[in-house]
Design a protein around this ligand. Structure first.
Ligand code: ADP
Ligand code: ZN
Ligand code: ZN
Length: 685
C-alpha cells in the first residue's frame, strides 16, 4: 500500500506518514483527515511514496479524503518555500494553503462528491452554496467607466501586459490619486480576456468596500471572489474552491489570498505594496508581498507592486534594475491638484488644548465654506498617560512596562498592549494628591476639544473603540460621504483609500513621535502615512491643504514630504540604511523570547547567542550575531521579553545559518521560554 507524507498543523518540523489506501485517489495535494495521537486533524498530502522509515506496524491509515480541490504543485512548492525561508514548521505553512475547513459530523454537503468507502466516520465539509460567483467569466469589453486613460497609464498597462508568459516584476510608483487602480484593472481585464486568472492583493478589505464596487463595475461579467478573514468560513471555502477550480477569474484578497490555488494565474497585483499588514506577525511570519513575488517567478507571470510610497526594498530592486519602474507622476483627475502642505509649530498648540491657531483657523474656514476636514492623530483614548503633578507618579500597567491610557465613555485606565483595564484612580496612590493630570492627546480628547471650539460642527470619531460595533465604521464613512459630517477625527484607520470629494483639509497631530522611535523603519512608515493622509485631501475640484503640527518643521523628512518628493526621501533613507547596514542592505532575522522570569529569558538568549557564535565561527559564515537585548516593550502581559538580531549582507548566508541555529536552539532545555524566529521582521529596535 502506498504511503502518504502528510503535513499537519502542529509545531513539528516533519511530515507524518500514513497508509494511503488505493482507490481513495490520494495524491500529493489531497486534503485528508488523520489521527495524530488522540487528535483528529486535517492535513495536506505533500508526497505519496513507496517506503518509509517508520515501523510498519506503527503506521496508521488515512481516515478520509476531503471533497475539495487538490492543492496544486506550485502551491505545494510555495508552502515548502515559506516553511524553509521563514523557518516555520511545514504543517503550519501547509495550513495556509487550504481554506478553513468546516468539518462537521453527519452533515452531508448537497451535491458534493460522496465520501469514499474507507471513511469510518462521516467527516464531510458543510458549506453554504456559492452565491457570488456567476458562471464562467464572460470576457469583459474592457474597463467600463468613462475614464480615458492618460499616456502614463497606457504605458504602464502596456509594460505590465506586454510580456505574458514571463516573470516580469514591476513597481508602479504613482502618487495618490494618480489612477493606479485603473491601471491594475485594465491590465487585469486584458489578462482575463486572454483566458487568465488574476490575483489582486490589498492590505485591507473591510476598510475599503468601495474597492469591491469599483472592481465589479470595471469588469462586468467577470467572476470575482473576495478572500479575507472577515468572511465566514463557508464563504471562504466557496471562494477558495471557485478560485481553485478556475471558475473565478479575479481574486481580490488580503495577505492570506497569496496562497490560493489559481490554475490559470496570469498576473499578480500587490496594491499598497509598502503596507506592513502584508507581514503576518504571528503564527507563520510570512510577508505576502515577498511570497507573491516568489510565486510570480515560479509561475512565470508578471507582478505589479503598486504604491505612492514604495518600500525601500522594492525601491532598491527597481533602482538596481531587477524590477521595472513605472511612473504615474500626477493626479489622474485633471481637476485635482496635489495638496499644499504646511507645518505649524506644535509648542503653542500644546497650550491651546492640542490644536494650534493655524489648524483652528483652517478648520473654521472649512466650516464656513461647508467643506470637510479630517484630523488625524495616532492615538486612541483620551490621553496617553495620567500624571501626578505633585510627586511625578504615572499610571502604569501592572503587567507591561508601559503607561496606561486614560479613556472616557466609559471612564477607565486601559493598557493598549495587553488589554488590562482598571478604574481611574481618585487620588495619587503614592502621595494622595487628588489633582491627577491627563497628559497628551488621544482621539477622545480631541473630539471634546473640537466640540468645545466648534459647537455647531458635526463631528465624529473613528478609531478602534468607536468602530467596535459591526457596521459602525461603514456608517460613519457613509455619513461623511453623504456630507452629514463636518469633521472626522481618527487614527490611521482613516489613512487608507477613502475618497471624500468635499474633504479639503487634513490636520496631523503627533507625527513627531515617529522621529524619536527606535524602530529603524519608523521614518519610512511616517513618510508613507503622511503621504497617504495628504492624498485624502482635495481629490476632485477642490484644492486640498494639509497642516502638520510639529516641533521639527525643518526635519528633512518633512521637507521632502512637503515637496511631494518621495524619490528624494527614499534615496535619503536608503543612504542612511546603507551606512548603518540595515535592510534592504542587510538581511535580518530576529529571535524573540519571553518568559515569566527575566532570568529564564536571559539564560535562554545567552545560550542561543553562544550556539550562534559557535556555528558562525566553525563555518566562517558571513553572519553577524548581536548580543541579547531587552525588547523595546520589555514586559508584556506578564512576560519578560528579549531578543537577538542576526544579520548578513548576503541573504543566502543568513538562510544557510538559520536552520542550523534553530536546531541548536530547539535542542536547549528551557521549556519555560516561548520563542520565535522572525525572518525579515517588520521592524526591530
Ligand atoms: P490611486 O489608486 O493611484 O490612488 P485611483 O486609481 O483611486 O488612484 O484614481 C483616483 C481617481 O482618479 C479615481 O476617481 C479614478 O476614477 C480617477 N481616474 C483614474 N484615471 C483617470 C483618468 N485617466 N482620467 C480621469 N480620471 C481618472
Ligand atoms: Zn503623587
Ligand atoms: Zn498591559
Amino acid at each position: 500500500m502506498p504511503i502518504a507524507r502528510v503535513a499537519l498543523p502542529v509545531a513539528a518540523d516533519t511530515t507524518f506518514d500514513y497508509w494511503a489506501p488505493e482507490g481513495l485517489g490520494i495524491a500529493s495535494g489531497s486534503v485528508v483527515r488523520v489521527r495524530l495521537g488522540p487528535r483528529k486533524l486535517s492535513g495536506v498530502v505533500l508526497d505519496v511514496v513507496g517506503d518509509t522509515e517508520v515501523a510498519r506496524e506503527k503506521l496508521q491509515t488515512i481516515d478520509a479524503v476531503l471533497p475539495i480541490a487538490l492543492v496544486p504543485r506550485d502551491v505545494l512548492d510555495m508552502v515548502r518555500f515559506v516553511a524553509d525561508y521563514y523557518q516555520e514548521p511545514i504543517g503550519m505553512a501547509a495550513a495556509l494553503a487550504v481554506p478553513p475547513l468546516v468539518v462537521r459530523r453527519g452533515v452531508r454537503r448537497k451535491g458534493a462528491a460522496a465520501l469514499r468507502p474507507m471513511v469510518q466516520e462521516a467527516v464531510v465539509v458543510d458549506v453554504v452554496p456559492i452565491a457570488s460567483v456567476e458562471h464562467a467569466g464572460i470576457p469583459p469589453a474592457g474597463i467600463s467607466n468613462a475614464v480615458v486613460l492618460n499616456a502614463e497609464q497606457v504605458n504602464a498597462i502596456a509594460a505590465i501586459t506586454g510580456t505574458p508568459g514571463g516573470f516580469a516584476p514591476s513597481v508602479l510608483f504613482g502618487v495618490t490619486g494618480s489612477g493606479k487602480t485603473d491601471v491594475y484593472l485594465a491590465a487585469a481585464a486584458s489578462m482575463i480576456r486572454a483566458g487568465g486568472q488574476v490575483l489582486f492583493l490589498v492590505p485591507e478589505i473591510n476598510l475599503t468596500p468601495q474597492l469591491e464596487h469599483r472592481v465589479r463595475a470595471a469588469l462586468p461579467g467577470v467572476a470575482i471572489v473576495l478572500l479575507h478573514s472577515g468572511l465566514s468560513n463557508g464563504e471562504r471555502f466557496d471562494h477558495w474552491q471557485a478560485a481553485a477550480s478556475g471558475e473565478a477569474r479575479l481574486v481580490v484578497g488580503t495577505r492570506l489570498a497569496v496562497f490560493v490555488p489559481l490554475p490559470a494565474l496570469a498576473l499578480i497585483v500587490v496594491d499598497e505594496e509598502h503596507d506592513s499588514s502584508y507581514k503576518q506577525q504571528e503564527n507563520v511570519r510570512y510577508h505576502a508581498r515577498d511570497v507573491a513575488v516568489w510565486r510570480a517567478h515560479r509561475r512565470s507571470v508578471p507582478i505589479v507592486l503598486g504604491s505612492a510610497t514604495p518600500s525601500l526594498e522594492s525601491w532598491l530592486h527597481a533602482r538596481e534594475g531587477r524590477y521595472h519602474r513605472l511612473n504615474l507622476t500626477r493626479r489622474a483627475d485633471p481637476r485635482a491638484q496635489m495638496p499644499q502642505l504646511r507645518f505649524a509649530d506644535n509648542r503653542p498648540a500644546r497650550a491651546l488644548e492640542g490644536i494650534g491657531e493655524a489648524l483652528r483657523a483652517a478648520l473654521a474656514l472649512r466650516l464656513a465654506r461647508g467643506e470637510q476636514s479630517l484630523v488625524f492623530v495616532n492615538r486612541r483614548g483620551f490621553s496617553p498617560s495620567l500624571l501626578c503633578a505633585s510627586c511625578g507618579w504615572e499610571a502604569e500597567c501592572p503587567r507591561c512596562s508601559a503607561r496606561l491610557t486614560v479613556h472616557r465613555d466609559p471612564a477607565a485606565m486601559r493598557c493598549h498592549h495587553c488589554g488590562h483595564g482598571q478604574p481611574l484612580p481618585a487620588a495619587c496612590p503614592t502621595c494622595g494628591n487628588v489633582d491627577l493630570l491627563p497628559m497628551g492627546y488621544g482621539t477622545q480628547r480631541l473630539e471634546r476639544v473640537l466640540a468645545d471650539a466648534f459647537p455647531a460642527a458635526r463631528i465624529a470619531r473613528i478609531d478602534r473603540d468607536s468602530t467596535r460595533a459591526k457596521g459602525a465604521f461603514a456608517a460613519m464613512r457613509d455619513a461623511m460621504a453623504a456630507n452629514e459630517l463636518d469633521i472626522l477625527i481618527g487614527t490611521q484607520m482613516l489613512a487608507k483609500g477613502h475618497d471624500f470629494p468635499r474633504l479639503t483639509l487634513v490636520g496631523v497631530l503627533g507625527a513627531d513621535n515617529a522621529l524619536y522611535s527606535a524602530d529603524f523603519r519608523a521614518t519610512e512608515r511616517l513618510a508613507a502615512l503622511l503621504m497617504q493622509v495628504a492624498g485624502r485631501a482635495g481629490r476632485a475640484g477642490l484644492a486640498g491643504e494639509v497642516i502638520i503640527q510639529t516641533d521639527f518643521a525643518e526635519h528633512p523628512v518633512y521637507a521632502a514630504i512637503q515637496a511631494h518628493d518621495y524619490e528624494r526621501l527614499a534615496e535619503g533613507l536608503l543612504e542612511e540604511r546603507k551606512l548603518a547596514l540595515l535592510p534592504p542592505y542587510a538581511h535580518v532575522a530576529l529571535l524573540a523570547a519571553e518568559a515569566h522570569h527575566r532570568g529564564d529569558v536571559d539564560e535562554f538568549l545567552r545560550a542561543a547567542h553562544a550556539a550562534g557564535m559557535t556555528l558562525t565561527q566553525r563555518k566562517g559564515a558571513e553572519v553577524d550575531i548581536f548580543s541579547p537585548v531587552k525588547a523595546l516593550l520589555a514586559r508584556r502581559a506578564g512576560f519578560e521579553r528579549g531578543q537577538i538580531v542576526v544579520q548578513s549582507i548576503r541573504r543566502a548566508a543568513l538562510q544557510q545559518f538559520l536552520p542550523a541555529w534553530r536546531a541548536a536552539i530547539d535542542s536547549q532545555p528551557g521549556r519555560r521560554v516561548r520563542w520565535a524566529l522572525d525572518v525579515d521582521p517588520a521592524g526591530f529596535a
